[in-house]
Ligand binder design. Sequence first.
Ligand code: PLP
Length: 372
Amino acid sequence: MEKYIYADNAATTRLDDDAFNAMKPYLLQEYGNASQPYSFSRNVKSAIKDARCTIAECINANEDEIFFTSGGTESDNWAIKGCNAAKGGTTITSAIEHHAILNACKDIEKDGCCVKYLKVDNEGKVHAQTLRDAITGDTSLVSIMFANNEIGTIQDIEELAKITHEKGANFHSDAVQALGHVKIDVKELGVDMLSASAHKFNGPKGVGFLYIKKGTEIARFISGGMQENGMRAGTENTAAIVGMAAALKKNCSVIDETEKKLHKLEEALIGGLRNNNIDFVRNGDDKRIPGNISLSFPGEDGEAILHRMDLNGIAISTGSACDSKNTNISHVLQAIGLDENLAHGTIRISLGKYNTQDDVEKIVAALTKIIK
Ligand code: PLP
């Protein structure tokens, strides 16, 4: 049987072998509870500390600014709800955020808080002027994603954070799609909070972190014991935390090489489709997450393409997941104003570090057969 080609790395990634090996001892032998004072828990405690330091180093933070969570969704919810609980005021976000942000915002709106949703341009960019026009002295938090999960567009986070700080508000970025794929330095960016999820950078599922800059006003997210400095209670998932740190360190150590490799694969894929005279539009800005390829085929059905690709042994994603009552066009494709005919025919191919030139050739061949 031919190898199944996985090209949906924006949905999740394969666990890195080194991350898996780093995790194993904490699943089998070193299973002590990090909060216990006896010697059996000593290695566990120091593994969690080491993981925190490794992650902090990867993003140029201090170790006490890294708070482990169950993943991107929790980190996003914490940033939105925790800031709102601590400071009140208006929250500003964008129309193309992940549902972890959008639905957390809906929750605080139900509690009577005000949320403003910024428009984006046709490439999915939040313009600095759009934020300047919306932000007021009452704004307590601005949350703009680093890179979009559907179309890959990377925002100018540094500039948006600067505008936010000029008005005295806090800035959060959902960097779930970006961390481990592009360089992130929280000090250079000037963000106050940043969300991350291990399974998007070849770490295990169900673990992530929220970077919270020292001094940021935010309420605790989970009440209970004193884990995570009393801010997020619950016995630590040691193996997952260790695996997350190992995966992040490894991806960050080869980030330029991986980026180059993925750009080459992207070019081969786009070039291959063009050579085969396939009619398509590529979505997103030129500055996007390496490997993220959102394509719209006029008059086609993205979901049908997905299933036919699956029959060809290839996993991709549809670019128009049904997420509203009246339409099956995603909120992101609606926000960038994509023509309905194109939006319905949208797919997302997301290549990762394990994909090869051979994978890309097979993707091009299968897509060409399906579209023609
Ligand atoms: N934010 C973005 C941009 C994402 O792409 C995702 C996952 O798809 C999440 C948040 C949620 O992360 P998790 O799956 O770790 O809860």
